[in-house]
Ligand binder design. Sequence first.
Ligand SMILES: [Ca+2]
Ligand SMILES: [Ca+2]
Ligand SMILES: [Ca+2]
Ligand SMILES: [Ca+2]
Length: 379
Amino acid sequence: MLKSADGGGRGFEAHLGLFIRVKTYNEPCIDENRWISMRRLFLYATVATLLLLSVQLCFLRAQQTITIDGDVSDWDALGIQPVYTDPVGDTEAWSKDPSVLGVGSTAEPPDKVAINDKCRDLKALYIWCDEEWMYIRIDVAELYEGWSIVSTKITEDNEQVTYPNVSAYHLYFDLIPGGQRDSAAASDVDFQRNGYEWEFNIQFDAGLYGEDYGKPFMQFPDWSTVPIEDFGVDLARSSFEMRVSKALLKERFGELGTARVLVASIKPGEPKGSWGTWAHAFDPQHPGCPGEAAWGTCGPENDRGSDFADVMPNDSLEPPSGGWWEDWLSHVTNMITVNLAPTAEKAAPTLSWAEIAAGIIIAIIVAIIVAYYMLKRKT
Ligand SMILES: [Ca+2]
Ligand SMILES: [Ca+2]
Ligand SMILES: [Ca+2]
Ligand SMILES: [Ca+2]
């Protein structure tokens, strides 16, 4: 407490903390009980502020993991950076061309081509690991409500199948020497030329079945598959998140170290039936063919591949994709290198100064309100 000594009978008292009071010494004596109460209020406020800040910090600490819930803000809160960032707008020319995409059974209305192209436009890959899980997040340029609504058809085998039409995604993982040379789902690219044979790939199209999204699956070189149950779509942030059991991977491939990853987006074709009822990849050279990219059913026999709309990394294919050649003849020349060892303990919550200031202000306001009511009750 500070006191003036002006001798004029007037002075001031300044109490450290939240309260400053000016008084006249000629006034009646200070109400000691009130000052005691105010000091108590200050004490309560301080203790409550510290308690609230501790709770906030504990909450942040508890948040140091990712929840697969269709909300990728937890990735950002943990400060996890992409392992690869891709330009927006770098999809192949056909992916933006209504004269190509407006033809055939998977035709897109001309006014939808630009927005559908953004669903195929890859933006970033995140991979983050703890002891148990490998977490994957993929961002695209823009998703929109209804982008993944499925179509239905009866195939040659009299089977009713459903398929989305706008975009699907493949992630190829090369973990160890050897593996699978060819690509999958008729997007044929040669992984062998430069030794990138894959051990598993993940495929998904997030087809919307009522309120539920279709789950991704892992595919292995023997073409067996395992569904990935933990999957979410963050429509607002145009992101997908999922996690894969590391125990499952270790069981098949041993200890996990460095992996090489290639990510691609494709436009799904129409399921054909006969030897395959899945949605083949759309073939921009022959739009509208039954089954789109099925072997020999459309165009020359050797024209059986289809083009990726976008890839990460950008220098992953040779010759450059998008031209009038067969993808079968193109080779994988580069992949994204990621570490699958646990990275959880390395991540720390990152808060901006504005967030820290906001947290402190909220804590103080709440503490003052609580202390005020406690004081009021006592007086
Ligand atoms: Ca999440
Ligand atoms: Ca892109
Ligand atoms: Ca391999
Ligand atoms: Ca790209």
